[in-house]
Write a protein that binds this ligand. Structure first.
Ligand code: DAH
Length: 339
């Protein structure tokens, strides 16, 4: 029996393999469930006690040799595969996952495209602003609640330096530099001291619009906003203007669009009113023109401001604002088809 094991060991020593399959065959032959070693162990149980020691040693030697041999052969194999000589240049590359635009960027770009096609240019202003550009030049009275710490993030007090609460501040920046005709839109980030929830966030995005020229009327405003709504939401959309109040416009209005989900018949999205609020607007208050050295006898204008998240919510029916800020790839990927 002992000689037999020596013979098996010699045979195993002869083995040298080229491929992974050959090594696997070798392993099964010796170490497999029905392999040589398993047979040897069954025989081992039967051998007389005085031979057990020597035979056990031989079997273990064989087992250890085979195991080490397999390991060496396998590691040679993977070394070879790693060498550049054996790289398969015909293999296709790893798939590239193209990125998708964030829904807020998609909607912002659409708004920009609609208004630039009407001849509006794009203007920008700083996010860190002073009281004048955010409030005073826009005709906010000194006691207005927006000037309160509860609504606005102040960076410094006296003189007040703050994070802009709306992009209407860019109106002021444009009027300071330019005389009419002015036709501009100002997309940007705004900040409000709000607790974060599904319906409110302390950072969001707005687009402000401003048109100042001779003889600009409320009818022009209405027609511009109707054009915008139809481009954005489709030809069937209806708009309505409700009287409202903003310090910087007179008269002021809020615009609703007909609910796209129920077509105006009433559903839980529009709270059974058939209408959804989308923006604020109005005729620029003559005080605002005068504060900014524009002759209010000669010129009139309109302005409007909308929240980009709000438009995106209406367009995509995503009602939890926080999703727009978390940048969860599973959310963002769903907008791959948008441009
Ligand atoms: N600034 C307003 C806000 O943040 C939105 C707005 C309303 C802008 C009326 C305007 C406007 O230009 O005319 O709520």
């Amino acid at each position: 029996m002992i000689q037999n094991i020596d013979k098996i060991l010699d045979e195993a020593r002869q083995f040298s393999a080229g491929t992974r399959e050959e090594i696997e065959q070798f392993r099964i032959k010796y170490l497999g469930k029905k392999g040589i070693l398993s047979d040897l162990f069954s025989i081992f149980k039967e051998v007389p006690a005085d031979q057990k020691k020597e035979m056990g040693k031989k079997i273990n030697e064989l087992k250890q040799f085979v195991a080490e041999r397999i390991e060496t052969l396998l590691s040679n194999l993977s070394d070879e595969n790693d060498s550049s000589d054996s790289a398969d240049l015909t293999l296709p590359g790893p798939p590239m996952q193209p990125g998708a635009r964030h829904p807020i960027s998609v909607v912002r770009n659409q708004i920009i495209e609609i208004f630039t096609s009407l001849g509006y240019n794009i203007s920008e202003g700083p996010e860190i602003e002073d009281d004048w550009h955010v409030f005073s030049a826009l005709n906010f009275p000194p006691e207005h609640p927006a000037r309160d710490m509860q609504d606005t993030f102040f960076i410094e007090k006296d003189p007040d330096i703050l994070l802009r609460t709306h992009t209407s501040s860019v109106q002021v920046r444009v009027m300071e530099k330019e005389q009419p005709p002015i036709r501009t839109i100002s997309p940007g980030r705004v900040f409000r001291n709000e607790a974060i929830s599904a319906r409110a966030h302390c950072i969001f995005h707005q687009v402000e619009g401003l048109y100042i020229d001779e003889n600009v009327s409320f009818a022009d405003l209405k027609q511009t906003l109707l054009y915008f709504a139809r481009e954005m939401f489709g030809k069937e959309v209806e708009i309505r203007l409700r009287p409202s109040y903003f310090p910087f416009t007179e008269p002021s209005a809020e615009m609703d669009i007909s609910c796209q989900i129920c077509g105006g018949r009433g559903c839980n999205v529009c709270k059974y009113t058939g209408w959804l609020e989308i923006l604020g607007c109005g005729m620029v208050d003559p005080n605002v023109l005068e504060y900014n050295n524009i002759d209010s006898k000669k010129y009139t204008g309109f302005a409007f401001g909308m929240g980009i998240e709000r438009v995106a919510m209406l367009k995509y029916q995503v009602k939890d604002l926080r999703l727009y800020f978390e940048n969860d790839v599973r959310f963002l990927e769903q907008f791959r088809a948008a441009y």
